[in-house]
Design a protein around this ligand. Structure first.
Ligand code: HEC
Ligand code: HEC
Length: 326
């Protein structure tokens, strides 16, 4: 018994002594004003869920200040600010602000942000469905891909949007197959967008679409391996900025496909690989082995069935920016 008390006292003293050991001071309490050009409602949500790690205003709880928790917290804050600091908002041009919000929303949908380890202890930072809906509305409004109304789709195209502007193609059945004998799939434009990779470099906008089998697999969390029949289409456009700062899809660069069929494409890691370039959809590759280049670059994610994309969480309100663009 006596021994037990002794141990407790020693541990207590050690714990108190530990409190003198603190992480390097970081700036905590510079007030961060609301993000300009962003609605109050959106500001409130970001402040509540993200500013603690992504701005110079940090509301720490008492338990965040205790060693060793404070070391974890301050490393999150330091890394979080490095990745994105909303206190520097006014230094960014509107286009960059928009792409940051777009990207940030993607991180929320994918479940990466806010950090789970943080919301576990700070439940008020969790985003409820309503907050996600508010952000989605806002982000969709700023990310609306305006396409050029002067260039209608060919009349025989079945697609109901005109996001890929292939003026030169009047009959998709005339598009040549890729050297490994994969046929072009014009229908991908009706698929759901499963991810985007807008880059801050403003060079290209990339959107990844999944067909219904891929989408179902995502919903059912059956994505490793992906089921036969799943297809991804990765599209890239040059990014164009309007005078009002709106980012829109410029010139079409290319579309790439990965078609899952474990048997048929056994020799190429279970996927059929194909790429068509430019408005006239020229098949890419000099010979049937061109896909070795694709595989080599996708090899680092072989444990993920060669797929890079972490799908967004899809639900009935799937974030589909395409249905919005008129
Ligand atoms: C507990 C701290 C914490 C909170 C709260 C938090 N983040 Fe982060 N965030 C981080 C850290 C740490 C990183 C950098 C590490 C990384 O890239 O994974 C980061 C990175 C990011 C990035 C950049 C990722 C990249 O790949 O460059 C974005 C965007 C982001 N967070 C958005 C958000 C949004 C939006 C919220 C609120 C909904 C949020 N974060 C809440 C800690 C946090
Ligand atoms: C230089 C490296 C590289 C090469 C070469 C490459 N890819 Fe990719 N691919 C990527 C990366 C990285 C992504 C993840 C999305 C992003 O960041 O744009 C990706 C994503 C994709 C996707 C969406 C599914 C996924 O994995 O996320 C498809 C489809 C795709 N690539 C097809 C191809 C095809 C077909 C080829 C060959 C003609 C090819 N790729 C060659 C790097 C590469």
């Amino acid at each position: 018994m006596k021994k037990g008390i002794k141990i407790i006292v020693i541990m207590l003293l050690a714990f108190i002594a530990l409190q003198f050991w603190k992480p390097a001071e970081i700036e905590y309490s510079t007030p961060t004003k609301n993000l300009t050009n962003v609605p109050d409602e959106v500001n409130t949500i970001l402040r509540n869920s993200c500013f603690d790690c992504h701005s110079n205003t940090t509301n720490l709880s008492w338990f965040d200040k205790i060693t060793p928790a404070n070391f974890i917290v301050s490393s999150h804050i330091t890394d979080g600010r490095k990745a994105l600091n909303f206190s520097n908002w006014d230094d960014l041009d509107k286009q960059k602000q928009n792409s940051i919000l777009f990207y940030a929303f993607n991180k929320i949908l994918s479940g990466e942000m806010p950090l789970k380890s943080y919301t576990a202890l700070h439940p008020s930072a969790k985003l409820d469905d309503r907050s996600v809906a508010v952000l989605k509305n806002y982000v969709t409004s700023i990310a609306a891909r305006k396409t050029n109304p002067q260039k209608p789709l060919p009349s025989n195209a079945k697609d109901n949007d005109n996001i890929v502007l292939n003026n030169t193609i009047s009959d998709y059945s005339k598009v040549k197959p890729s050297p490994n004998k994969i046929s072009y799939i014009p229908n991908f434009r009706n698929w759901k967008a499963v991810s985007t990779s807008d880059r801050f470099d403003n060079v290209s906008m990339r959107i990844i679409f999944g067909n219904s089998i891929a989408v179902k697999a995502i919903e059912e969390h059956q994505t490793n391996p992906w089921p036969d029949g799943a297809i991804f289409a990765k599209t890239a456009w040059k990014q164009k900025t309007e005078t009002d700062g709106t980012v829109s899809a410029g010139e079409f660069i290319q579309v790439e496909f990965m078609i899952k069929d474990a048997k048929k494409y056994k020799s190429t890691k279970g996927w059929g690989w194909a790429r068509w370039k430019g408005n006239n959809l020229k098949p890419y590759g000099d010979n049937a082995n061109f896909d070795q280049e694709c595989i080599a670059c996708h090899n680092p994610v072989k444990n993920n069935d060669y797929v890079f994309t972490t799908p967004l969480h899809l639900d009935s309100n799937t974030f589909n920016i395409y249905t919005k663009s008129k």
